[in-house]
Structure formats: C-alpha cells, structure tokens
Ligand binder design. Structure first.
Ligand SMILES: [Zn+2]
Length: 321
C-alpha cells in the first residue's frame, strides 16, 4: 500500500514537472532571442555564448564563397526580424552598413565584431617585392584592409567580448549565463593561442606558401611566420599565369616541402602548382564558412584551428611539444 502510494505520488510529481517543464519550454522557444550571424567564427562563438537561451543562425549557406556574398531580400528580412545581428566588419561585409540604415534599430541590436581590433593593411602575394603589412595604403577605409581578423586568437577574444556585449544588451535577463559561457570560450581561445605559440616555436622552416587568397596574415604575424599567398585579400579574381609561375619559383627557391590549399575552392589549381614544383599539398582552413560535410559533423572553430596547427607543424617540420 505504502509502495503504491509512493508510486502514485512520484508519477503525479513527474506529470506536474513534465507539464510545467513543457509550458516553460514553449514559452522560451517563442521568446528566445533570435541571433543572425554572417561568418562561421561569429556563428560558432555566438552559439557557444548563447547556450540554450538564444537561437543562433548563420547567413551564409554552406560552402558559399564569403567575400563575394551579397544578402538577398530574404536575408535582409531575416536580419531585420532578429533581435541581434552580428557581422565581422565593414571590410568583410561592406553591405552591412547599407542594409542596416533601413532597419528599426530600436528592436534590432547590431554587433560590429571587429570593433577595437587593430587591422592590418596590405597582403603578401607572390611576385610582389614590397609586400607586407602596414607599409602602404593611407586610407583607413580602403578595401586593402585585411578582414581575416579571427585568425589571430587575441582578436578572436576581442570578437567574443564584442558579441557578449551584444547579447547582454539584447537579453539582460540571461546576462550571467552569457558571461560565464564567454569566459569559458575565451579561456579555450587563450589555450589555443598558447598551443600555437609553443607548437610553432621550433620549426625547420618559418615560411608557409598558400595556393589561395591572402587569408593567414594575422596568424603569420602573431607567431612570427613568413606567409605568401597566390592571390590577394579577396578570392574573387583568378590568378594570372604570371602569378602561378611566380608561386612555383617561390616554392623552389624557399625550399618548402608543402603547399597549403584553401578549404572552399577546388584543390585542382593548388595540386597543379604543387605538382609543377614537386611538393605536396596540405589543407589550411580559413574558417570563413563551412562546407556541407563539416556543418553536418558540427565541427567548431577551435577544432578547425587544431587541424590547421597539426598541418602547419607537418608542413614547417616543427618539433612537437
Ligand atoms: Zn578570405
């Protein structure tokens, strides 16, 4: 009898808990903060900060080339209906400021994730004698600013803090949780930075050549590496025959054993160049966007960067620590 009573009581308790849990869940689903992000690093950081309290989506479809991306009318509606819109910078998404002029800024909060980052100028394409950072260009608004700020992990921490500020302003009730999640993420990014610094500290080569567009300037500068790419900051233009010949010469003269390939383009061009120069190809992921497979696997920014570190260590013949 006593056992039966206990079972009835616990069943009732479970039913009540289930009911209230369900009601609360539905309420949360309808009132959750809606967050729209552009590039993958912003999406990944925002979903980690959000936990279960906000709904984070990414504007770029899987595999979409990010530099030539322009939002369609549907995308603009999606942004204007959200509570928080996060973009990288005016150098990466020059369209953002234009479309934001037409939105209601009382209901939509906006995060320029690159605010406070010191941007680098220029690129280091093969065949340019005076390539490098900060030595040319005077207009701060020039298209020549390197937008790939997330590949310096101290910048990634700045980005996380900017995103956190946006979450706290848009949904102050959940601020403590957002702060905790952001702090844990920043600790992981600091650890990643430390592993890169140690992992790339003693390598046979300090030069890495890249058969893609100029993506890894921030990473190279942070860890004291030399970096040359086949194309400029944006991947829109096809490299010329002269550029490709210059890359083959550079591979031969620098004595590197690997050519790095970028993630979203066909590897054929890099493979041809590498074959011509007699070296092998390794992948280096710029993390702008994910392909379909990586989306399905639910891969994170930090995992991508761990794969990059392993490939850089192999390509530069580093002593692993
Ligand atoms: Zn890029």
């Amino acid at each position: 009898m006593r056992t039966l009573l206990l079972i009835v009581l616990s069943l009732t308790a479970m039913a009540v808990a289930g009911l209230t849990g369900c009601t609360r869940g539905e309420q949360q689903a309808s009132t959750k903060l809606q967050v729209v992000t552009t590039l993958f690093p912003l999406f990944d950081f925002a979903r980690i900060i959000a936990g279960e309290r906000a709904e984070v989506t990414m504007l770029l479809p899987p595999g979409m080339e990010p530099h030539s991306f322009e939002p369609k009318p549907n995308d603009i509606i999606r942004i204007s209906k959200s509570g928080l819109f996060i973009y990288t910078s005016r150098y990466m998404e020059p369209w953002a400021e234009t479309i934001l002029k037409g939105t209601d800024r009382r209901s939509l909060r906006v995060v320029d994730a690159g605010q406070g980052v010191s941007y680098l100028k220029g690129s280091a394409e093969v065949g340019h004698d005076h390539a490098g950072h900060g030595d040319h260009g005077t207009d701060d608004h020039a298209a020549g600013m390197d937008p790939h700020i997330w590949l310096d992990f101290s910048n990634a921490v700045v980005i996380v803090n900017n995103i956190l500020t946006g979450f706290v302003a848009a949904d102050p009730a959940n601020a403590p949780l957002y702060r905790d999640n952001a702090a844990a993420l920043n600790a992981r990014l600091a650890d990643l930075d430390r592993r890169y610094r140690e992992g790339l500290s003693s390598c046979a080569s300090r030069t890495f050549l890249h058969g893609g567009h100029y993506t890894f300037g921030y990473l190279a500068r942070r860890y004291g590496l030399e970096y040359r790419s086949l194309s400029g900051i944006s991947s829109e233009s096809e490299p010329s025959a002269a550029k490709m010949a210059a890359m083959v010469r550079q591979i031969r003269s620098s004595g590197v054993r690997y050519l790095f390939a970028e993630e979203l383009l066909s590897p054929r061009l890099t493979e041809t160049l590498a074959g011509e120069a007699g070296v092998e190809v390794l992948k280096l992921h710029g993390a702008h966007n994910l392909g379909k497979d990586d989306v399905q696997r639910g891969i994170g920014f930090i995992e991508l960067m761990e794969q990059n570190l392993a490939n850089l260590q192999k390509g530069l013949a580093c002593r692993s620590k």
